[in-house]
Design a protein around this ligand. Structure first.
Ligand code: HEC
Ligand code: HEC
Length: 136
C-alpha cells in the first residue's frame, strides 16, 4: 500500500513539473489570461502562382487566388465575372460542363443552382506553417 502511495505521489509531482515547464504552452502563448495573446501570424493568400495540381480525379480544383473581394449573393456571383463561358475576361479556367447539369441530369443553358455557391466546394489557400508540428 505504501509503495503504491509513493508511486502515485511521484507521478503527480512529475506531471505538475511537466505542466509547469516552459516547453509546453497553449497556442495562445504563455501570456496571462487577462493579457493580449501573442501576435497572430501574418498569413498570405496563395495568389498568382498558377493553378494547384489536383490530388485525385474529380477533385474540385483549389482556388489559386484570393477570394476576399468576391461576393456570392442570391442576385450576383462575382466568380462568374471571370469563370463563366460568357465572360470575356481571359485567363480564368471556364467552369466545366458538369456545372450546367441539374440534379435530374438535365443540361441547362446557365449555371446549375447546385453549383452556384462556388466556395462550397472550391477553397482558396493560405501559405502557413502548421500550428503544431507532428512529433515522431
Ligand atoms: C478577376 C477574375 C477572377 C475572379 C472574379 C475569380 N477568379 Fe478564379 N481564377 C481566375 C484566373 C485568371 C485563374 C487562373 C489562375 C492561373 O492560371 O494562375 C483562376 C483560377 C481559379 C480556379 C482554379 C482552376 C483550375 O483549373 O485549377 C478556381 C477553382 C477558381 N479560380 C475559383 C474561383 C472562385 C470560387 C471565385 C469566386 C469566389 C473566383 N475564382 C473568382 C480569375 C478570377
Ligand atoms: C458542389 C460542388 C461544386 C460547386 C458548388 C462548384 N464547383 Fe466547380 N468543380 C467541382 C468539381 C467536382 C470539379 C472537377 C470536376 C468537374 O469539372 O466537374 C470542378 C471544376 C471546376 C473548374 C475547373 C474546370 C476545368 O475544366 O478544369 C472551375 C474553373 C470551377 N469548377 C469553378 C467553379 C465556379 C466559378 C463555381 C461557382 C459558380 C463552382 N465551380 C461551383 C465542384 C463544384
Amino acid at each position: 500500500m505504501r509503495k503504491i502511495l509513493i508511486a502515485a505521489l511521484v507521478l503527480i509531482t512529475a506531471s505538475v513539473t511537466w505542466a509547469a515547464s516552459d516547453d509546453v504552452f497553449s497556442l495562445r502563448g504563455n501570456s496571462p489570461l487577462n493579457a493580449d495573446s501573442m501576435d497572430v501570424m501574418d498569413k498570405k493568400w496563395r495568389d498568382g502562382e498558377g493553378t494547384v495540381v489536383r490530388s485525385y480525379p474529380q477533385q474540385p480544383p483549389l482556388v489559386p487566388h484570393t477570394t476576399e473581394d468576391y461576393a456570392i449573393t442570391k442576385d450576383n456571383n462575382d466568380c462568374l465575372m471571370c469563370h463563366n463561358w460568357k465572360s470575356e475576361l481571359p485567363g480564368a479556367t471556364k467552369i466545366g460542363v458538369s456545372h450546367f447539369v441539374n440534379r435530374n441530369g438535365q443540361a441547362l443553358s446557365s449555371i446549375s443552382p447546385r453549383r452556384y455557391f462556388c466556395n462550397q466546394c472550391h477553397v482558396p489557400q493560405r501559405d502557413v506553417e502548421p500550428l503544431v508540428l507532428n512529433v515522431d
